[in-house]
Design a binder for this molecule. Structure first.
Ligand code: CP
Length: 303
């Protein structure tokens, strides 16, 4: 039974296949409109979501399948003390594939041991978010044409930002990707991630000021400071507006740089940037639907 907990659960060949399949779906979604007829996706969201849950739902509906689940742990029997593993066993009785999000790191790993149907991690705490990574990869591939030979700046909350961790893991497999890590000293990338980058031989540098890094970037990946992972409000308030990308800062950026953000944004990209041709974060969110369609088809073994 297939499980996607971390992006490393997919081989490079499988990622390439998912990118090709997502491209094909985007070219003509109607070809796939009945592919999952009579199949059911369970969306078990123990933590809030807009894009991930809605895009999984839209993906399954676009494939002709159906969706059940909950958007809030409060409406599940978790409130009565049911374990995540038991919840996942139950979902496997009623659905053919499961997407689950949980605030605790590692919860999907525990759940995956019990599941009898494919299980996809839709985000676990500050740990991993592999389907966001597939979304990011599809966006980069469609905008830059390949995954090789570019410089990516990852800016914001690199400590708790699970999308950053998963994207770095994925890009470490490709040739000559240079990483520029831009964060306040308190929100640096965790050491275990830096060790992974060192082991793979990747070139990476750390900056505190976005202005110092922006001129050399081909991709700028902005992130939100993750309020829900802070232990005290005071630290969050001090750090939350560390980076605000606006028109002025973009004056020094390459004309063909792309601006990404997994969303939701709070303050870190000014609304005036939305009209800049380099802004691709809404396009990126749109890609999420198609790459999740590809993943559902692949995990259900539907050609
Ligand atoms: N990018 C992302 O995971 O967004 P949601 O939290 O809204 O799902």
């Amino acid at each position: 039974v297939r499980k996607l907990i971390n992006i490393t659960d997919l081989s490079t060949g499988e990622i390439d296949h998912l990118m090709d399949l997502a491209d094909d779906i985007m070219a003509d979604p109607t070809k796939y409109q009945d592919a999952c007829a009579h199949k059911i996706l369970a969306t078990l969201f123990f933590e809030p979501s807009t894009r991930t849950r809605l895009s999984f739902t839209s993906a399954m509906m676009s494939l002709g399948g159906q969706v059940l689940g909950f958007a809030d742990a409060k409406s599940s029997s978790a409130t009565k003390g049911e374990t995540v593993s038991d919840t996942v066993i139950m979902a496997g009785c009623y659905a053919d594939i499961i997407a689950m999000r949980h605030p605790k790191e590692g919860a999907p790993i525990a759940a995956a041991r019990k599941t009898t149907v494919p299980l996809i991690n839709a985000g676990d705490g500050g740990h991993f978010h592999p389907t966001q990574t597939l979304t990011d990869l599809l966006t980069i591939h469609r905008k830059l044409g390949s995954f090789d030979n570019f410089t990516i700046g990852l800016c914001g909350d690199l400590m708790f930002g699970r999308t950053v961790h998963s994207l770095i893991e994925a890009l470490l497999r490709y040739e000559n990707v240079k990483f520029i890590l831009i964060s306040p000293p308190e929100l640096r990338l965790p050491e275990y991630m830096k060790e992974k980058m060192n082991r793979s031989g990747a070139e990476w540098h750390e900056y505190t000021k976005l202005e110092d890094a922006i001129p050399e970037l081909d991709v700028l990946y902005m992130t939100r400071v993750q309020k829900e992972r802070f232990f005290n409000e005071e630290d969050y308030v001090r750090l939350k507006d560390s980076y605000i990308l606006d028109r002025e800062k973009l004056e020094d950026a390459k004309k063909n740089m792309i601006i990404m953000h997994p969303l939701p944004r709070v303050n870190e990209i000014a609304v005036e940037v939305d009209d800049d041709p380099r802004a691709c974060y809404f396009y990126q969110a749109k890609c999420g639907r198609y790459v999740r369609m590809a993943l559902i088809l692949y995990f259900l073994g539907i050609n």
